[in-house]
Design a protein around this ligand. Sequence first.
Ligand SMILES: Cc1cc2nc3c(=O)[nH]c(=O)nc-3n(C[C@H](O)[C@H](O)[C@H](O)COP(=O)(O)OP(=O)(O)OC[C@H]3O[C@@H](n4cnc5c(N)ncnc54)[C@H](O)[C@@H]3O)c2cc1C
Length: 438
Amino acid sequence: MFNKNKTYEQHDNEKISFYRSSVLDLNSKEHLTSDIDIDVCVIGGGLTGISTALNLSKKGYSIVLCEARKIGWGASGRNGGQLGIGMRKDQYTIEKKFGLTHAKELWNMGLESVEEVKTLINKNRIDCHLVNGVMSAACFKKDLEDYQFEIDHMSKNYQFEGYKFFNKSEIMDEISSDIYLSGMLNTGSYHLNPLKLTIGLAKLIQKNNVSIFENTPVLKIVEKNDKINVYTKDALIKASKVVVACNGYLDNLLGSNKNKFIPINNYIIATEPLGEKKAKEIIRNNYAVCDTRFIIDYYRFSEDWRMIFGGGETLTSKFVKNSNNFVKKRMFKVFPQLKKYKIDYSWGGTLAITVNRLPYFGTSMNDKLLYAFGYSGHGLALSILAGKLIAEKINGESDRFKFFSDINHLSIPFRGLLRRPIYSSAILYYKFRDFLNS
Ligand SMILES: Cc1cc2nc3c(=O)[nH]c(=O)nc-3n(C[C@H](O)[C@H](O)[C@H](O)COP(=O)(O)OP(=O)(O)OC[C@H]3O[C@@H](n4cnc5c(N)ncnc54)[C@H](O)[C@@H]3O)c2cc1C
Protein backbone atom coordinates (compact mmCIF):
# COMPACT_ATOMS: atom_id res chain seq x y z
CA MET A 1 0.00 0.00 0.00
CA PHE A 2 1.22 3.48 -0.80
CA ASN A 3 1.65 5.31 2.45
CA LYS A 4 4.29 7.94 2.87
CA ASN A 5 3.40 10.02 5.87
CA LYS A 6 5.15 13.32 6.43
CA THR A 7 6.83 13.20 3.07
CA TYR A 8 8.87 16.32 3.75
CA GLU A 9 10.85 14.18 6.21
CA GLN A 10 12.19 11.90 3.54
CA HIS A 11 15.08 14.23 2.71
CA ASP A 12 16.31 14.58 6.27
CA ASN A 13 19.19 12.14 5.86
CA GLU A 14 20.22 13.42 2.47
CA LYS A 15 23.58 14.88 1.72
CA ILE A 16 23.62 18.53 0.71
CA SER A 17 22.60 19.40 -2.87
CA PHE A 18 24.66 21.59 -5.18
CA TYR A 19 22.04 24.31 -4.84
CA ARG A 20 22.14 24.23 -1.04
CA SER A 21 25.92 24.59 -1.20
CA SER A 22 25.63 27.57 -3.56
CA VAL A 23 23.66 29.91 -1.30
CA LEU A 24 23.31 30.74 2.38
CA ASP A 25 20.16 29.57 4.14
CA LEU A 26 17.55 32.20 4.87
CA ASN A 27 17.96 32.31 8.64
CA SER A 28 14.37 32.98 9.51
CA LYS A 29 12.89 33.06 12.99
CA GLU A 30 13.16 29.76 14.81
CA HIS A 31 10.07 27.62 14.91
CA LEU A 32 6.77 29.07 16.07
CA THR A 33 6.21 28.70 19.82
CA SER A 34 3.35 31.06 20.74
CA ASP A 35 -0.25 31.35 19.51
CA ILE A 36 -1.10 34.04 16.98
CA ASP A 37 -4.10 35.57 15.24
CA ILE A 38 -3.46 36.55 11.63
CA ASP A 39 -5.08 37.42 8.27
CA VAL A 40 -3.37 34.68 6.23
CA CYS A 41 -1.40 31.57 7.14
CA VAL A 42 0.63 30.12 4.27
CA ILE A 43 1.77 26.50 4.66
CA GLY A 44 4.85 25.53 2.63
CA GLY A 45 8.02 27.50 1.98
CA GLY A 46 8.43 26.75 -1.71
CA LEU A 47 7.69 29.06 -4.62
CA THR A 48 3.88 28.68 -4.44
CA GLY A 49 3.83 29.70 -0.79
CA ILE A 50 6.42 32.44 -1.12
CA SER A 51 4.77 33.96 -4.19
CA THR A 52 1.39 33.93 -2.41
CA ALA A 53 2.92 35.71 0.58
CA LEU A 54 4.75 38.19 -1.65
CA ASN A 55 1.64 39.20 -3.57
CA LEU A 56 -0.53 39.44 -0.45
CA SER A 57 2.05 41.35 1.56
CA LYS A 58 2.03 44.07 -1.11
CA LYS A 59 -1.70 44.44 -0.46
CA GLY A 60 -1.23 44.92 3.29
CA TYR A 61 -2.35 41.57 4.73
CA SER A 62 -0.73 40.26 7.92
CA ILE A 63 0.86 36.94 7.00
CA VAL A 64 2.66 34.06 8.63
CA LEU A 65 4.42 31.38 6.57
CA CYS A 66 5.11 27.96 8.14
CA GLU A 67 7.66 25.68 6.55
CA ALA A 68 8.22 22.15 7.89
CA ARG A 69 11.99 22.26 7.32
CA LYS A 70 13.83 25.12 5.57
CA ILE A 71 12.82 27.62 2.89
CA GLY A 72 13.31 25.85 -0.45
CA TRP A 73 13.45 22.43 1.24
CA GLY A 74 11.03 20.97 -1.30
CA ALA A 75 11.05 20.84 -5.10
CA SER A 76 11.55 24.62 -5.41
CA GLY A 77 15.09 24.27 -4.09
CA ARG A 78 15.89 20.97 -5.78
CA ASN A 79 14.69 21.16 -9.36
CA GLY A 80 16.27 21.19 -12.81
CA GLY A 81 16.10 24.97 -13.03
CA GLN A 82 14.29 25.02 -16.39
CA LEU A 83 11.97 28.00 -16.49
CA GLY A 84 9.59 27.00 -19.25
CA ILE A 85 6.74 28.91 -20.88
CA GLY A 86 3.36 27.29 -21.48
CA MET A 87 1.99 24.25 -19.68
CA ARG A 88 3.36 20.74 -19.26
CA LYS A 89 1.29 19.54 -22.24
CA ASP A 90 1.65 20.96 -25.74
CA GLN A 91 -0.93 23.50 -26.88
CA TYR A 92 -2.46 21.29 -29.55
CA THR A 93 -3.36 18.62 -26.96
CA ILE A 94 -4.75 21.31 -24.65
CA GLU A 95 -6.88 22.72 -27.48
CA LYS A 96 -8.36 19.27 -28.18
CA LYS A 97 -9.41 19.03 -24.55
CA PHE A 98 -10.56 22.57 -23.77
CA GLY A 99 -11.05 24.35 -27.12
CA LEU A 100 -8.92 27.06 -28.70
CA THR A 101 -10.14 29.98 -26.56
CA HIS A 102 -9.32 28.30 -23.25
CA ALA A 103 -6.08 26.92 -24.62
CA LYS A 104 -5.04 30.44 -25.62
CA GLU A 105 -5.78 31.76 -22.13
CA LEU A 106 -3.63 29.00 -20.64
CA TRP A 107 -0.85 29.79 -23.09
CA ASN A 108 -0.99 33.49 -22.21
CA MET A 109 -0.81 32.70 -18.51
CA GLY A 110 2.16 30.44 -19.21
CA LEU A 111 3.87 33.38 -20.94
CA GLU A 112 2.92 35.66 -18.08
CA SER A 113 4.43 33.26 -15.54
CA VAL A 114 7.91 33.48 -17.11
CA GLU A 115 7.61 37.26 -17.56
CA GLU A 116 6.65 37.54 -13.90
CA VAL A 117 9.75 35.62 -12.81
CA LYS A 118 12.00 37.71 -15.06
CA THR A 119 10.52 40.94 -13.70
CA LEU A 120 10.95 39.79 -10.09
CA ILE A 121 14.56 38.84 -10.75
CA ASN A 122 15.44 42.06 -12.57
CA LYS A 123 13.53 44.48 -10.36
CA ASN A 124 14.88 43.04 -7.14
CA ARG A 125 18.32 42.15 -8.48
CA ILE A 126 18.06 38.51 -7.44
CA ASP A 127 21.33 36.90 -8.38
CA CYS A 128 20.17 33.51 -9.67
CA HIS A 129 21.99 33.32 -13.01
CA LEU A 130 19.17 33.55 -15.54
CA VAL A 131 20.24 32.19 -18.96
CA ASN A 132 18.11 32.18 -22.12
CA GLY A 133 17.12 29.10 -24.16
CA VAL A 134 15.79 25.60 -23.56
CA MET A 135 16.40 22.97 -26.23
CA SER A 136 14.18 19.95 -26.75
CA ALA A 137 16.42 17.17 -28.10
CA ALA A 138 14.80 14.42 -30.16
CA CYS A 139 15.32 10.75 -29.31
CA PHE A 140 12.80 9.42 -31.85
CA LYS A 141 12.35 9.78 -35.61
CA LYS A 142 8.74 10.93 -35.24
CA ASP A 143 9.84 13.95 -33.14
CA LEU A 144 10.99 15.74 -36.28
CA GLU A 145 7.43 15.84 -37.65
CA ASP A 146 6.09 16.86 -34.22
CA TYR A 147 8.55 19.74 -34.02
CA GLN A 148 7.67 21.00 -37.46
CA PHE A 149 3.96 20.75 -36.69
CA GLU A 150 4.41 22.61 -33.39
CA ILE A 151 6.51 25.41 -34.89
CA ASP A 152 3.94 25.92 -37.64
CA HIS A 153 0.91 25.58 -35.34
CA MET A 154 2.25 28.00 -32.73
CA SER A 155 3.20 30.54 -35.37
CA LYS A 156 -0.19 30.45 -37.12
CA ASN A 157 -2.48 30.23 -34.08
CA TYR A 158 -0.52 31.99 -31.35
CA GLN A 159 1.82 34.23 -33.33
CA PHE A 160 4.65 32.65 -31.32
CA GLU A 161 7.93 32.83 -33.23
CA GLY A 162 10.21 31.71 -30.40
CA TYR A 163 10.84 28.16 -31.69
CA LYS A 164 13.76 27.25 -33.89
CA PHE A 165 14.25 23.85 -35.57
CA PHE A 166 17.63 22.04 -35.64
CA ASN A 167 18.35 19.13 -37.99
CA LYS A 168 20.68 16.23 -37.06
CA SER A 169 23.92 17.99 -37.95
CA GLU A 170 22.79 21.28 -36.40
CA ILE A 171 21.83 19.64 -33.10
CA MET A 172 25.18 17.80 -33.00
CA ASP A 173 26.86 21.13 -33.49
CA GLU A 174 24.91 22.55 -30.55
CA ILE A 175 25.08 19.58 -28.16
CA SER A 176 28.13 17.37 -28.28
CA SER A 177 26.33 14.01 -28.26
CA ASP A 178 25.53 11.67 -31.14
CA ILE A 179 22.25 10.37 -29.70
CA TYR A 180 19.87 13.10 -30.84
CA LEU A 181 18.13 13.10 -34.21
CA SER A 182 16.92 16.70 -34.32
CA GLY A 183 16.02 19.51 -31.93
CA MET A 184 13.76 22.45 -31.23
CA LEU A 185 14.99 25.49 -29.33
CA ASN A 186 12.56 27.54 -27.27
CA THR A 187 13.85 31.08 -26.96
CA GLY A 188 10.96 32.06 -24.67
CA SER A 189 12.28 29.78 -21.93
CA TYR A 190 15.24 30.16 -19.55
CA HIS A 191 17.26 28.35 -16.92
CA LEU A 192 18.51 29.44 -13.49
CA ASN A 193 19.57 28.39 -9.99
CA PRO A 194 16.17 27.70 -8.38
CA LEU A 195 17.23 27.81 -4.72
CA LYS A 196 18.88 31.20 -5.20
CA LEU A 197 15.60 32.42 -6.70
CA THR A 198 13.55 30.90 -3.84
CA ILE A 199 15.72 32.37 -1.10
CA GLY A 200 15.92 35.71 -2.93
CA LEU A 201 12.12 35.91 -3.00
CA ALA A 202 11.87 34.79 0.64
CA LYS A 203 14.12 37.72 1.61
CA LEU A 204 11.71 40.05 -0.17
CA ILE A 205 8.73 38.79 1.82
CA GLN A 206 10.71 39.18 5.04
CA LYS A 207 11.25 42.82 4.07
CA ASN A 208 7.49 43.10 3.58
CA ASN A 209 6.99 41.95 7.19
CA VAL A 210 5.87 38.40 6.50
CA SER A 211 6.80 36.24 9.51
CA ILE A 212 8.57 33.12 8.27
CA PHE A 213 8.81 30.16 10.62
CA GLU A 214 11.04 27.32 9.49
CA ASN A 215 11.09 23.95 11.31
CA THR A 216 7.37 24.43 11.84
CA PRO A 217 5.36 21.59 10.27
CA VAL A 218 1.63 22.09 10.28
CA LEU A 219 -0.08 19.07 11.78
CA LYS A 220 -3.77 19.79 11.36
CA ILE A 221 -6.16 22.38 9.90
CA VAL A 222 -9.65 22.78 11.39
CA GLU A 223 -12.42 25.21 10.42
CA LYS A 224 -13.67 27.12 13.47
CA ASN A 225 -16.56 29.56 12.86
CA ASP A 226 -15.25 32.37 10.65
CA LYS A 227 -11.59 31.38 11.16
CA ILE A 228 -9.36 28.40 10.53
CA ASN A 229 -7.29 26.90 13.31
CA VAL A 230 -3.86 25.80 12.12
CA TYR A 231 -2.10 23.50 14.58
CA THR A 232 1.67 23.25 14.78
CA LYS A 233 3.57 21.28 17.44
CA ASP A 234 3.91 24.18 19.86
CA ALA A 235 1.40 26.80 18.75
CA LEU A 236 -2.03 27.50 17.37
CA ILE A 237 -2.51 29.95 14.49
CA LYS A 238 -5.98 31.46 14.04
CA ALA A 239 -6.21 32.66 10.45
CA SER A 240 -8.96 34.21 8.33
CA LYS A 241 -7.49 32.48 5.25
CA VAL A 242 -5.15 29.53 4.90
CA VAL A 243 -3.13 28.68 1.81
CA VAL A 244 -1.77 25.15 1.46
CA ALA A 245 1.30 25.14 -0.80
CA CYS A 246 2.90 21.73 -0.18
CA ASN A 247 2.76 20.26 -3.72
CA GLY A 248 4.35 16.76 -3.83
CA TYR A 249 4.88 16.80 -0.05
CA LEU A 250 1.20 17.35 0.78
CA ASP A 251 0.56 13.94 2.32
CA ASN A 252 -2.66 13.92 4.42
CA LEU A 253 -3.01 17.62 5.16
CA LEU A 254 -5.93 18.11 2.74
CA GLY A 255 -7.60 14.72 3.13
CA SER A 256 -8.74 13.11 -0.11
CA ASN A 257 -7.27 15.91 -2.26
CA LYS A 258 -4.08 13.90 -2.18
CA ASN A 259 -5.79 11.54 -4.64
CA LYS A 260 -5.69 14.22 -7.32
CA PHE A 261 -2.01 13.64 -7.95
CA ILE A 262 0.79 11.11 -7.78
CA PRO A 263 3.90 12.19 -5.86
CA ILE A 264 7.00 11.07 -7.72
CA ASN A 265 10.66 11.28 -6.88
CA ASN A 266 13.18 12.45 -9.42
CA TYR A 267 16.96 12.68 -9.09
CA ILE A 268 19.80 14.98 -10.12
CA ILE A 269 23.61 14.90 -10.04
CA ALA A 270 26.17 17.68 -10.37
CA THR A 271 29.70 17.11 -11.63
CA GLU A 272 32.75 18.97 -10.51
CA PRO A 273 33.20 22.31 -12.37
CA LEU A 274 34.35 21.74 -15.97
CA GLY A 275 35.33 25.32 -16.76
CA GLU A 276 33.59 27.50 -19.33
CA LYS A 277 35.64 26.33 -22.32
CA LYS A 278 34.95 22.61 -21.79
CA ALA A 279 31.30 23.28 -20.89
CA LYS A 280 30.78 25.20 -24.14
CA GLU A 281 32.34 22.35 -26.10
CA ILE A 282 29.49 20.26 -24.69
CA ILE A 283 26.61 22.74 -25.00
CA ARG A 284 27.79 25.42 -27.36
CA ASN A 285 25.36 28.18 -26.39
CA ASN A 286 24.79 27.17 -22.78
CA TYR A 287 21.13 26.20 -23.30
CA ALA A 288 19.26 23.95 -20.92
CA VAL A 289 18.24 20.69 -22.60
CA CYS A 290 15.49 18.14 -22.11
CA ASP A 291 14.91 15.10 -24.30
CA THR A 292 11.68 13.66 -25.71
CA ARG A 293 11.43 10.40 -23.79
CA PHE A 294 8.67 9.89 -21.24
CA ILE A 295 11.27 9.36 -18.51
CA ILE A 296 13.17 12.43 -19.56
CA ASP A 297 16.79 13.44 -19.23
CA TYR A 298 17.16 17.15 -18.48
CA TYR A 299 20.37 19.02 -17.98
CA ARG A 300 22.19 22.32 -18.10
CA PHE A 301 25.38 23.93 -16.83
CA SER A 302 25.43 25.69 -13.46
CA GLU A 303 26.80 29.15 -12.87
CA ASP A 304 30.19 27.57 -12.03
CA TRP A 305 30.10 25.24 -15.06
CA ARG A 306 29.08 21.97 -13.44
CA MET A 307 26.94 19.65 -15.50
CA ILE A 308 23.63 19.46 -13.60
CA PHE A 309 22.02 16.30 -14.99
CA GLY A 310 18.57 15.10 -13.97
CA GLY A 311 16.69 12.00 -14.88
CA GLY A 312 15.39 8.71 -13.75
CA GLU A 313 12.32 7.86 -11.81
CA THR A 314 12.03 4.83 -9.59
CA LEU A 315 9.20 2.32 -9.41
CA THR A 316 9.07 2.46 -5.66
CA SER A 317 7.67 5.17 -3.40
CA LYS A 318 10.81 4.96 -1.27
CA PHE A 319 13.28 7.75 -1.69
CA VAL A 320 16.50 6.35 -3.15
CA LYS A 321 19.52 7.40 -1.10
CA ASN A 322 22.26 6.58 -3.60
CA SER A 323 20.69 7.92 -6.77
CA ASN A 324 24.13 8.94 -8.01
CA ASN A 325 24.70 5.53 -9.67
CA PHE A 326 21.65 5.33 -11.87
CA VAL A 327 21.60 9.02 -12.85
CA LYS A 328 25.28 8.79 -13.72
CA LYS A 329 24.60 5.89 -16.09
CA ARG A 330 22.02 7.97 -17.93
CA MET A 331 24.43 10.88 -18.19
CA PHE A 332 27.25 8.73 -19.59
CA LYS A 333 24.95 7.40 -22.31
CA VAL A 334 24.49 10.97 -23.53
CA PHE A 335 27.98 12.26 -22.74
CA PRO A 336 30.59 9.46 -22.44
CA GLN A 337 33.21 12.23 -22.38
CA LEU A 338 32.04 13.15 -18.84
CA LYS A 339 33.25 9.82 -17.36
CA LYS A 340 36.52 11.40 -16.31
CA TYR A 341 34.87 14.04 -14.12
CA LYS A 342 33.96 13.60 -10.47
CA ILE A 343 30.36 13.71 -9.33
CA ASP A 344 30.33 16.22 -6.48
CA TYR A 345 26.64 16.17 -5.55
CA SER A 346 23.59 13.97 -5.94
CA TRP A 347 20.11 14.62 -4.60
CA GLY A 348 16.46 14.17 -5.37
CA GLY A 349 13.10 15.77 -4.82
CA THR A 350 9.39 15.06 -4.94
CA LEU A 351 6.96 16.56 -7.41
CA ALA A 352 3.23 16.17 -7.98
CA ILE A 353 1.81 14.87 -11.27
CA THR A 354 -1.89 15.17 -12.13
CA VAL A 355 -3.69 12.93 -14.58
CA ASN A 356 -4.13 15.69 -17.20
CA ARG A 357 -0.75 17.32 -16.32
CA LEU A 358 -2.42 20.67 -15.54
CA PRO A 359 -2.14 22.25 -12.07
CA TYR A 360 -4.90 21.58 -9.57
CA PHE A 361 -6.34 24.69 -7.87
CA GLY A 362 -9.19 24.67 -5.39
CA THR A 363 -10.79 25.93 -2.21
CA SER A 364 -12.60 24.42 0.78
CA MET A 365 -13.93 25.51 4.20
CA ASN A 366 -16.20 28.10 2.57
CA ASP A 367 -13.43 29.56 0.46
CA LYS A 368 -11.30 30.24 3.54
CA LEU A 369 -8.79 27.57 2.57
CA LEU A 370 -7.07 27.70 -0.83
CA TYR A 371 -4.55 25.43 -2.49
CA ALA A 372 -2.62 24.88 -5.71
CA PHE A 373 -0.39 21.97 -6.65
CA GLY A 374 0.24 19.36 -9.35
CA TYR A 375 2.39 21.36 -11.77
CA SER A 376 3.57 18.04 -13.18
CA GLY A 377 7.26 18.89 -13.51
CA HIS A 378 6.59 22.32 -15.01
CA GLY A 379 6.19 24.29 -11.82
CA LEU A 380 9.13 26.63 -11.62
CA ALA A 381 7.27 29.46 -13.33
CA LEU A 382 3.71 28.17 -12.80
CA SER A 383 4.06 28.00 -9.01
CA ILE A 384 4.94 31.70 -8.99
CA LEU A 385 1.90 32.43 -11.16
CA ALA A 386 -0.24 30.24 -8.84
CA GLY A 387 0.79 32.37 -5.84
CA LYS A 388 -0.24 35.49 -7.75
CA LEU A 389 -3.65 34.03 -8.65
CA ILE A 390 -4.26 32.79 -5.08
CA ALA A 391 -3.49 36.31 -3.81
CA GLU A 392 -5.90 37.79 -6.37
CA LYS A 393 -8.62 35.39 -5.23
CA ILE A 394 -8.09 36.22 -1.54
CA ASN A 395 -8.23 39.90 -2.46
CA GLY A 396 -11.63 39.44 -4.11
CA GLU A 397 -10.63 39.03 -7.78
CA SER A 398 -11.44 35.40 -8.48
CA ASP A 399 -11.64 35.24 -12.30
CA ARG A 400 -8.13 34.02 -13.02
CA PHE A 401 -8.00 31.61 -10.08
CA LYS A 402 -11.36 30.23 -11.24
CA PHE A 403 -9.95 29.64 -14.67
CA PHE A 404 -7.73 26.93 -13.15
CA SER A 405 -10.07 25.76 -10.40
CA ASP A 406 -12.78 25.06 -13.01
CA ILE A 407 -10.56 22.50 -14.76
CA ASN A 408 -11.88 19.02 -14.11
CA HIS A 409 -9.27 16.69 -12.59
CA LEU A 410 -9.67 12.94 -12.35
CA SER A 411 -8.94 11.31 -9.01
CA ILE A 412 -6.71 8.31 -8.68
CA PRO A 413 -9.28 5.54 -7.99
CA PHE A 414 -9.95 3.77 -4.67
CA ARG A 415 -8.99 6.73 -2.50
CA GLY A 416 -5.40 6.61 -3.65
CA LEU A 417 -4.70 3.00 -2.74
CA LEU A 418 -3.95 2.32 -6.39
CA ARG A 419 -1.85 5.33 -7.12
CA ARG A 420 1.49 3.64 -6.60
CA PRO A 421 0.68 0.47 -8.64
CA ILE A 422 -0.78 2.68 -11.41
CA TYR A 423 2.31 4.84 -11.38
CA SER A 424 4.71 1.89 -11.43
CA SER A 425 2.82 0.26 -14.31
CA ALA A 426 2.85 3.54 -16.23
CA ILE A 427 6.60 3.90 -15.75
CA LEU A 428 7.16 0.34 -16.98
CA TYR A 429 4.85 0.89 -19.95
CA TYR A 430 6.55 4.15 -20.97
CA LYS A 431 10.03 2.75 -20.46
CA PHE A 432 9.03 -0.06 -22.84
CA ARG A 433 7.56 2.47 -25.31
CA ASP A 434 10.72 4.60 -25.15
CA PHE A 435 12.71 1.43 -25.85
CA LEU A 436 10.53 0.39 -28.84
CA ASN A 437 10.65 3.87 -30.36
CA SER A 438 14.39 4.24 -30.01
C1 LIG B 1 13.99 16.77 -9.20
C2 LIG B 1 13.00 17.79 -9.71
C3 LIG B 1 13.26 18.47 -10.90
C4 LIG B 1 12.34 19.42 -11.37
N1 LIG B 1 12.68 20.16 -12.48
C5 LIG B 1 11.87 21.17 -12.88
C6 LIG B 1 12.28 22.04 -13.92
O1 LIG B 1 13.39 21.95 -14.44
N2 LIG B 1 11.39 22.99 -14.33
C7 LIG B 1 10.17 23.16 -13.74
O2 LIG B 1 9.41 24.03 -14.16
N3 LIG B 1 9.78 22.38 -12.69
C8 LIG B 1 10.61 21.41 -12.23
N4 LIG B 1 10.25 20.65 -11.16
C9 LIG B 1 8.96 20.93 -10.49
C10 LIG B 1 9.02 22.20 -9.62
O3 LIG B 1 10.20 22.19 -8.85
C11 LIG B 1 7.78 22.25 -8.69
O4 LIG B 1 6.62 22.19 -9.49
C12 LIG B 1 7.70 23.53 -7.86
O5 LIG B 1 8.92 23.81 -7.24
C13 LIG B 1 6.60 23.39 -6.80
O6 LIG B 1 6.71 24.43 -5.87
P1 LIG B 1 5.82 24.40 -4.56
O7 LIG B 1 6.15 25.60 -3.79
O8 LIG B 1 4.39 24.21 -4.93
O9 LIG B 1 6.26 23.07 -3.79
P2 LIG B 1 7.65 22.74 -3.00
O10 LIG B 1 8.76 23.57 -3.49
O11 LIG B 1 7.81 21.27 -3.05
O12 LIG B 1 7.35 23.23 -1.55
C14 LIG B 1 6.47 22.58 -0.67
C15 LIG B 1 6.96 22.84 0.74
O13 LIG B 1 5.95 22.46 1.66
C16 LIG B 1 6.61 22.02 2.83
N5 LIG B 1 5.65 21.24 3.61
C17 LIG B 1 5.11 20.05 3.32
N6 LIG B 1 4.25 19.67 4.27
C18 LIG B 1 4.25 20.65 5.20
C19 LIG B 1 3.56 20.85 6.43
N7 LIG B 1 2.70 19.94 6.90
N8 LIG B 1 3.79 21.98 7.15
C20 LIG B 1 4.66 22.92 6.69
N9 LIG B 1 5.33 22.79 5.52
C21 LIG B 1 5.12 21.68 4.79
C22 LIG B 1 7.79 21.20 2.31
O14 LIG B 1 8.82 21.05 3.28
C23 LIG B 1 8.21 22.03 1.11
O15 LIG B 1 9.28 22.91 1.41
C24 LIG B 1 11.12 19.68 -10.66
C25 LIG B 1 10.87 18.99 -9.47
C26 LIG B 1 11.79 18.06 -8.99
C27 LIG B 1 11.51 17.37 -7.69
